[in-house]
Ligand binder design. Structure first.
Ligand code: ZN
Ligand code: ZN
Ligand code: ZN
Ligand code: ZN
Ligand code: ZN
Length: 350
């Protein structure tokens, strides 16, 4: 609060001791320096001390003391004009009531209209905002924001509400559609896990006819074909969450002699040599320049090039070269590098 001398109505003459040596205005909520016994506005001295702690601007050694009640009693007799006199306020307050008047009661404060951004007197403010065309209003029913001067017809309001509920309906519909697809996917996966036995790990002799009809073969080459990393990666975009990798013996057969199901992301694996990733009960690997395949989760793999492991679970291993050769194995059947009877199969859900 800054009260220039000219606003003091009484007393008509004031001594310098009532003025702050920092701001030269009437002392406001003063405190005293115990050392030099001069008074300062509390806010003025605090600002000084922030720059130079403990340094009184007059005596250099500041120790704060409360302003004496006697001095305060003198101050409180002062009569002061309102800071909004320039706007027409004729109120003269005592030192003690001035702050409340200016902050809470004065009708001559300026407020900025939220619409036209003009400054308006407090006492005219409500009336102004009610009639100012620029003020924006949100319709409580249709939530549309519009300027007060624009008419908001009932018809328009109804159309807005219809619009909003239509959009909400569309969003819900597409959400439901997604959910339905998701449930369908889950159902077929569950079917494969439980009925097809894929949940247990590597399976044998599963007829493709017994799988849900939504599953299709997306990769079908004989073991003489050279499988590449790019080929496998490119398949990923054609798959949903799961894929089946396996092998069929014979051109006209539709029985997977060996197969396993795993997340489609196994097509994106970049496995370090002989460090497969476990999904469910199956260890999967895709090691560029070596091989792609699976083995039961409980067993290690042994890829010199492809997995030639013989010691355990040899009937549950599948491994295809990624080093520029065909082959390599489908369970116990190995060295299928130039074999055209066995087929490499990858299946995905439509
Ligand atoms: Zn001051
Ligand atoms: Zn001092
Ligand atoms: Zn006033
Ligand atoms: Zn306005
Ligand atoms: Zn409306």
């Amino acid at each position: 609060m800054q009260i220039v001398k000219e606003r003091i109505v009484s007393p008509s003459q004031i001594d310098d001791e009532y003025l702050c040596p920092i701001c030269y205005h009437l002392l406001w909520k003063p405190v005293e320096c115990q050392n030099c016994q001069r008074l300062f506005c509390k806010s003025c001295i605090d600002e000084c001390l922030q720059e130079k702690p403990d340094a009184c601007p007059l005596c250099r050694h500041y120790v704060e003391k409360r302003c004496s009640p006697m001095f305060y009693a003198l101050l409180s007799k002062f009569k002061i004009e309102c800071e909004n006199k320039i706007n027409g306020c004729e109120q003269v307050s005592t030192y003690e009531t001035l702050e409340r008047h200016q902050n809470a009661e004065c009708q001559y404060k300026m407020k900025t209209c939220r619409g036209c951004e003009k400054n308006v007197l407090e006492k005219e403010f409500l009336q102004h905002e009610r009639s100012c065309g620029q003020v924006k209003i949100e319709c409580t029913r249709c939530k549309r924001v519009y300027k007060q001067k624009q008419k908001h017809e009932q018809m328009e309001c109804l159309i807005n509400m219809l619009d909003t509920s239509n959009k909400r309906g569309e969003r819900l519909e597409s959400k439901i559609e997604h959910l339905e697809q998701y449930v369908q996917e889950l159902e077929t996966t569950l079917h494969l896990y439980i009925v097809g036995g894929f949940g247990g790990g590597v399976v044998h002799d599963v007829s493709i006819a017994s799988l849900p009809t939504s599953w299709d073969i997306i990769y079908d080459f004989n073991y003489g074909h050279v499988t590449t990393v790019d080929e496998l990666r490119a398949l990923r975009s054609r798959c949903k969450k799961q894929i089946i990798v396996g092998a069929i013996q014979g051109n006209s057969s539709n029985v997977l002699r060996i197969a396993a199901m795993g997340p489609s992301d196994i097509l994106l694996l970049d496995s370090p040599l002989n460090e497969p990733t476990k999904f469910g009960n199956v260890n999967w690997y895709l090691t560029p320049n070596y091989s792609f395949g699976f083995a039961p989760a409980c067993s290690t793999i042994n890829c010199n090039c492809a997995d030639y492991n013989e010691r355990e679970n040899s009937d549950n291993r599948l491994s295809w070269h990624l080093s520029g050769d065909g082959g390599y194995r489908a369970g116990v059947f190995k060295d299928l590098v130039h074999n055209t009877d066995w087929r490499k199969i990858i299946m995905a859900e439509k």
